[in-house]
Design a protein around this ligand. Sequence first.
Ligand code: SF4
Length: 332
Amino acid sequence: MSEQNPQKPRALGIFSGGLDSMLASLVLSRAGVAVEAITFETPFFGAARAQASAKHIGLPLRVAQVGPVHLEIVKQPDHGYGSNMNPCIDCHAFMFKHAGQVMATEGFDFLYSGEVLGQRPMSQNKQALATVAKISGFKDFILRPLSARKLPITPMEESGLVQRELLLDFSGRSRKPQMALAAELGVTDYPAPAGGCLLTEPGFSRRLKDLLEHDPSAGVAEVELLKHGRHLRLSPVAKLVVGRKEAENRALEELAGRLPPGKVLKLHAKGVPGPLGLYLGPAEGEDLMRAAAIVAGYGKAQPGDTVTVRVSGGRELQVEARHRRLAAPLLL
Ligand code: SF4
């Protein structure tokens, strides 16, 4: 699939590693196009799935690290969210825009994706596909090989760069045509349809929504923190994250070092085994004392015991260990 041939048109695909993006690449390749692909890495999704799928079909793949810029889109998407915190229209448009800039600098002829008309009612209907193409700024360079014959003809087909009759007419939610095509093209190893993007998960989305409401300038490290431990909202200005097991304590320790200086205090009960707590809030006062009491309560101290809690920076707080339920924070 990767052979260079100066006669062949070159296309760059946005590639999630899902079956549709694999098939779109293979269909174009079969139609005589030299395909390469790009995938994206952010705090919300990684590149591992795309890398495995690309390897399986011999597709040259590059990875773009776009965490901070993608996060700004997630914070304020012009076209809103799906059923969770997934801004799919703006996200897809961003991916095409990024890929379009690569196309322009590296001499690709057009872009493609594995989108299927009607597969996702909100983000892949005809209107949504047109909106994505328009706001990406590369409308006339986007081809969706799996649904092309259900969509308006593109300049690539009109000019003969790709023959329309070699493209497909898939639409709707059924996966059967894709599975049949996968068998025909020898694709035996592909991931399950859903998954791969934390923004579509209700639990993660709840935490993210809380973060963005209370800390609109949060960066990538604050988002990474959402993936570990119990998250307790103590007040509008204070949050506590408590490790649930040793591996999480280690992850929290590492992330504490990536947060802006002064943003987080580490809390640890002294003399009794217990978890690491990361406290984000005012460095004095009731919220901090409550956080320390909860961290003590998650350790081996009995509720009501007086415990010394060490605070990063050298301070020590004397608190009465409290069970989380009695301390009444909101569990995110
Ligand atoms: S599911 Fe996630 S990665 Fe995919 S378009 Fe939506 S927000 Fe972007």
